[in-house]
Ligand binder design. Structure first.
Ligand code: ADP
Length: 491
């Protein structure tokens, strides 16, 4: 199959959240199954052209955004797995410091930026003569690609055999804009209908993706169920209208990258069979944070976007409730400034037990995953969550709210049966984060049980090997259905 992955972020080039990890990893697994997979991304200023040997291709293309004609170039590089990556270069929309915004504030022209990107994707594949069987679109920023294929381009012979798949990484971000988006994006008003582009008299990019892609997926089975039933943030009806084509496929992580045995950022390497290095990592992290050093302290890590989704109200409350205990907290993140201020205020009041680092810092992230005893993730909702899987790979025990992908990956440790890989509480049922922390501390103090729990964590593997087959199956179903419809229409 020819597969084009279209996304607004991708490791190693540019990352805001877990979307980038998925888009950066899935293609190499699809390639190993024999598919021709290529990626297409915006060329943000933050992407280092020299580092990745990105070259400009000899095309000068244009698309319309509203009344403006926007010129762009296509850039190209190969990843270390030999996958072609195309970058859309346009100074007006992408040559700025942030990806979606700056200082926690979204850019005011994100509508135009991603209309441009979607149109540029479709122009680029034509120029490149790469006819995708599947265009796999990720999140609202690429939601108009399926829409163009089903409307303006439905009779375009180049895309005759092209189907689209739309993956929801987080339904909370939808790209919801005024109805005049129809004109800015160059659609026809006759397509402004509920089954196509209209959504409560507006244009919602995520809804376009969900309604008009040939299949829809999201990143865990439980989240797929939740967004259809109660957590779809307004998309429940749209999702239920095509419930048979909504797949829940759990993300995996790259165990070569998230590997305490080979990681260069951490104080000392370690593995499940040799945990001495993890103790050194804990000491190094305590020193880095200015905490008292000792194995007996219960050290919590958290690496996250500062966003209400991630349960920071609960975390901040816990920081104050657990004051004066032997617990230490290290938090790294960026995003919402109000959350950041509250965390920093707590750290100022309790500097010997709370350390807060702001910004995006991959190197420090590895140190926190490795040095912490536990990893906290009391998210209000979580489509999949990668951080809890990464924590497990480092033998760091997750404490999570029972929601979405956290339900699919973390099982409460039962000290009788010795099964389970973490601690789970349920906000919906009124269960309490602090109580769960205190229960987990009892196991932490019982070294025999804690060691078993750590072994269970190391043994919890969420590889891409299985998930990639589910994606392949979804693509095959979509292509099969298209061929079936074509035969049906002809006969
Ligand atoms: P989301 O996609 O909702 O942000 P995930 O848990 O799925 O959450 O993925 C988050 C990813 O981003 C993880 O790999 C995590 O380590 C990383 N991450 C988040 N914030 C930071 C940060 N400030 N510095 C480094 N890595 C971060």
């Amino acid at each position: 199959m020819n597969i084009l992955m279209a996304a607004s972020e991708c490791v190693p080039f540019v990352k805001v959240g877990g979307l980038a990890d998925v888009v950066g990893t899935l293609p190499k697994y699809l390639k190993s199954l024999g598919h021709d997979v290529r990626l297409i991304l915006p060329k943000y200023a933050a992407i280092d052209g020299k580092k990745y040997n990105i070259k400009t291709l000899p095309y000068r293309l244009q698309v319309k955004v509203g009344q403006d004609t926007e010129s762009f170039r296509i850039k190209h590089c190969l990843t270390k797995d030999n996958i072609s990556v195309y970058f859309i270069e346009n100074v007006r929309f992408f040559n700025r410091p942030g990806v979606y915004g700056n200082n926690g504030q979204d850019y005011g022209d994100n509508r135009e930026r991603y209309i441009f990107f979607c149109r540029a994707i479709l122009e680029s594949v034509k120029a490149l003569m790469f006819r995708p069987d599947i265009v796999h679109c990720h999140d609202w920023q690429t939601g108009l690609v399926p829409a163009y294929l089903k409307t303006n381009l439905k009779n375009d012979g180049f895309f005759w055999n092209t189907s689209s798949v739309f993956t929801i990484h987080n339904i909370a971000y939808q790209g919801h804009f005024r109805a005049d988006t129809i004109e800015v994006a160059g659609f026809l008003w006759e397509d402004f209908t509920p089954d196509k582009l209209e959504f409560y008299n507006s244009v919602n990019f995520m809804k376009c993706g969900i309604s008009l892609a040939d299949a829809v997926s999201t990143v865990s089975p439980t989240y797929a169920k939740e967004i259809k039933e109660f957590n779809g943030m307004g998309m429940e009806i749209v999702l239920n209208s095509r419930t048979d084509e909504v797949y829940g496929i759990l993300n995996g992580i790259d165990y070569n990258y998230w590997n305490p045995k080979s990681n260069k950022s951490i104080e000392s390497s370690y593995s499940k069979n040799d945990l001495f290095g993890k103790k050194l990592c804990k000491t190094a992290l305590q020193n880095l944070c200015g905490f008292d050093v000792g194995e007996g302290y219960y050290l919590f890590g958290c690496i996250s976007r500062f966003d209400n989704q991630k349960g920071f109200d609960i975390i901040i409350d816990a920081l104050y409730q657990l004051k004066g205990t032997n617990m230490q907290f290290v938090i790294l993140g960026s995003g919402n400034q109000y959350i950041e201020r509250q965390l920093k205020e707590a750290a100022l009041k309790m500097p010997s037990t709370i350390a807060v680092f702001s910004g995006y810092n991959e190197d420090l992230a590895h140190k926190i995953y490795a040095g912490s005893d536990v990893y906290i993730m009391p998210s209000n909702f979580e489509p999949c969550g990668l951080s809890q899987m990464i924590a497990l790979a480092y033998g760091t025990i997750p404490i999570v709210n029972r929601t979405g992908g956290l339900s699919d990956t973390i099982v409460y440790y039962n000290h009788f049966t010795k099964e389970g890989n973490g601690f789970v509480f349920n906000i919906t049922y009124g269960e309490n984060f602090v109580q769960t922390i205190l229960k987990s501390e009892k196991i932490f103090k019982d070294k025999k049980n804690w060691n078993i729990l750590m072994q269970n964590a190391f043994n919890s593997k969420f590889t891409w090997d299985k998930s990639v087959l589910e994606y392949e199956k979804m693509y095959q179903n979509v292509i099969h259905n298209k061929q079936y419809k074509a035969v049906f229409i002809r006969s």
